[in-house]
Write a protein that binds this ligand. Structure first.
Ligand SMILES: NC(=O)c1ccc[n+]([C@@H]2O[C@H](COP(=O)([O-])OP(=O)(O)OC[C@H]3O[C@@H](n4cnc5c(N)ncnc54)[C@H](O)[C@@H]3O)[C@@H](O)[C@H]2O)c1
Ligand SMILES: O=C(O)C(=O)C[C@]1(C(=O)O)C=C[C@@H](O)C=C1
Length: 297
């Protein structure tokens, strides 16, 4: 196997679950000498340093001058303001990536902020995460056996994309390249953003009424598994929904029809069709093997 080029200085903007885990994974792989970090919140960035995720706290200006790889790992709606500070101070040798859950808007903003330096920006999205956030939630094996989607830009140099891919692979990830940001956003509206909408809607629905709230205490493993993701960061998910509004609304419209169809089956006590519907769903879920099942803790 070809040796992966080491990073002298890795810069992370927004050292939370994803940025922190990337830094820890590359440290563990022995691929980074020095990690510098910038964060919005002083207490949180200090915590990242105390936990050994980053070695030094810096400003974006300092990072832009010295880092050779920079990851922007903030919630997606913070991307533009961060990129606008980074772009003018970004050294020519650096490559920059993001980890945002949406791609079309991020790429549009990257082009506005980085201008001719857009060649240095490689859009990325790890399909790995958790409902926990902040540097305390970060761990080195988060990306093991998980997909990472890179949506390279026409302007990118192929050797930079290859290096980015190799870095993710060194974190244990399987990298897939997707040409179109819109395809990415449609896909992840369906398999990530809309499921989150369902879990969050369900939890707020349960919480909104005293009798249902009382029933929550009786929930078991099915309830736990169905609702886990609803505990995720409201800031992160607000930004994702707003950033992928069009694709989310398309999912909602389609689901409204399905909701209606199933409701009618139940109103009509149509046992055969209800069985058919549940059977199709069960087969689809049993056949889903995209990621391995987490080992029992
Ligand atoms: N959590 C997941 O499951 C997951 C998975 C894949 C991708 N993502 C994406 O990764 C990004 C980060 O998510 P996360 O789970 O690590 O969130 P997080 O809350 O754990 O970390 C985000 C960090 O960014 C910092 N931050 C926020 N605004 C900032 C700003 N303007 N300048 C500098 N720092 C700022 C926060 O203080 C925090 O430390 C988001 O864009 C999210 O969509 C998340
Ligand atoms: O495991 C979780 O809690 C997640 O929500 C992770 C998850 C997902 O939907 O799979 C969430 C958002 C991302 O952009 C990528 C991964």
């Amino acid at each position: 196997m070809q040796e992966i080029q080491k990073i002298n200085t890795l810069g992370i903007i927004g050292v939370g679950l994803i940025g922190g885990s990337f830094a820890l994974a590359l440290k563990k792989a022995g691929l980074v000498e020095n990690v510098i970090g910038y964060g919005r919140d002083q207490q949180s960035i200090q915590q990242a340093k105390d936990l050994g995720i980053i070695d030094t706290i810096v400003t974006i200006e300092e990072m832009g001058k010295i880092a050779d790889v920079i990851m922007i790992a903030t919630p997606v709606k913070a991307f533009l303001s961060v990129a606008e500070v980074l772009a003018p101070v970004l050294n020519d040798k650096a490559i920059v990536c993001d980890v945002g859950s949406t791609k079309a808007e991020v790429i549009q903003w990257a082009k506005i902020a980085f201008k001719e330096k857009i060649v240095q920006f490689i859009p990325s999205h790890p399909i790995a995460g958790s409902h926990s956030s902040g540097p305390v939630a970060a761990f080195a094996t988060l990306f093991h056996e998980r997909n990472v989607i890179i949506t390279p830009l026409a302007e990118n140099k192929s050797e930079d994309v290859a290096w980015m891919q190799a870095l993710w692979e060194a974190c244990g990830a399987n990298v897939q390249l997707l040409d179109q940001a819109k395809d990415h956003d449609d896909i992840f509206a369906a398999v990530s953003h809309f499921p989150h909408f369902l879990a969050a809607s369900y939890m707020s629905f349960m919480e909104s009424d005293a009798v249902r709230r009382q029933a929550l205490h009786m929930g078991g493993t099915g309830f736990r598994d169905f609702t886990r993701i609803a505990a995720g960061s409201p800031e992160m998910w607000r930004d994702i929904f707003l950033s992928n509004q069009e694709a989310m609304l398309a999912q909602m419209n389609a689901f409204e029809k399905e909701f209606h169809r199933i409701r009618t089956l139940l109103e009509n006590k149509d046992a055969d069709q209800i069985y058919q519907w549940l059977s199709t769903a069960a087969q689809a879920r049993r056949a889903w093997t995209t990621i391995p099942t987490d080992k029992e803790k």
